[in-house]
Ligand binder design. Structure first.
Ligand code: NAI
Length: 259
């Protein structure tokens, strides 16, 4: 028996990238999945459906949950994945950029949880996986809105976990590092930019969407049955680093220079 046989899931932002990989993974393990995305998905069929959804709009979110219940009769798993970034320092940031980042990265999670939790309760319990970011665990250059919004996702995950543990609903967050998707395309397509990023990542490369899907599927599955309120990083080791310089490397370079 596959891990998600008989389970019904909603994946926000599931048309591509990390969300798309999560959809494929859940379906490959037996789930029926509703993709709630602004943009249509190529991935529809017997076990995958699409409902056009702006995850920041209450009516759309309620309609997405209703469409899922109408089609498959219940809801067990919610993956809050839709998200956007913004690379701009505070004095230059337009107010609507800040508001849009917060609307998609945080308000959408609130709206989907509000609409979905009663249905997941009705199903006798289930799981919620919020896709946060390592950018919610620390600061990045010119990412104030993103850092603040993802930090909010992480602490909201803990609150949700407390509130709904006794409903049999586990709520966890996944914090990806740099993953090769459209969102991070600027960092990984140009070889010079990629090398600049990769030298800071202990594993020396960007992650793949499928690698995030594996962790998200684990958190959504009964394999993680004693995990709730957990904040799980999958980042090639970048947050293992305090940020202090690589002293042995510096010593090696100095020796090379004096040889
Ligand atoms: P992506 O840009 O490739 O895909 C995002 C998906 O969300 C798209 O299908 C888009 O249409 C959808 N979407 C955007 N706004 C929406 C809205 N208002 N309503 C419904 N759907 C909407 O992004 P990616 O890289 O797959 O990111 C997925 C999640 O992972 C995001 O929350 C992102 O912040 C997070 N993440 C990504 C990292 C990366 O390096 N790619 C690193 C850390 C976190």
């Amino acid at each position: 028996m596959a891990r998600f046989d008989g389970k019904v899931a909603i994946v926000t932002g599931g048309a591509r990238g990390i969300g798309g990989a999560i959809v494929q993974r859940l379906v490959s393990e037996g789930a029926k999945v509703m993709i709630a995305d602004l943009n249509p998905s190529a991935e529809t069929g017997e076990n995958v459906a699409f409902v056009k959804t702006d995850a920041t709009v209450t009516e759309d979110v309620q309609a997405a949950v209703k469409a899922t219940l109408d089609r498959w009769g219940k809801l067990d798993i919610l993956v809050n994945n839709a998200g956007i970034g913004a690379l701009v320092e505070t004095p230059d940031m337009e107010e609507d950029v800040w508001d849009r980042v917060f609307a998609i990265n945080t308000r959408a999670i609130f709206l989907f949880c509000k609409a979905a939790i009663p249905a997941i309760r009705e199903a006798g319990g289930g799981t919620i996986v919020n896709i946060a970011s390592i950018s919610g665990l620390g600061g990045d250059f010119a990412m104030g809105a993103y850092n603040a919004s993802k930090g909010a996702v992480i602490n909201y995950t803990r609150s949700l976990a407390l509130d709904h543990a006794r409903d049999g609903i586990r709520v966890n967050a996944l914090c990806p590092g740099l993953i090769a998707t459209d969102l991070a395309v600027g960092a990984v397509t140009d070889p010079v930019d990629a090398a600049f990023w990769f030298e800071r990542i202990p594993l020396g490369r960007a992650g793949r969407a499928e690698e995030m899907a594996a962790v998200a599927a684990f958190l959504a599955s009964d394999d993680a049955s004693y995990m709730t309120g957990s904040i799980v990083t999958a980042d090639g080791g970048i947050t293992a680093h305090t940020g202090q310089p690589n002293a042995p490397d510096r010593i090696r370079q100095r020796k090379l220079r004096t040889q």
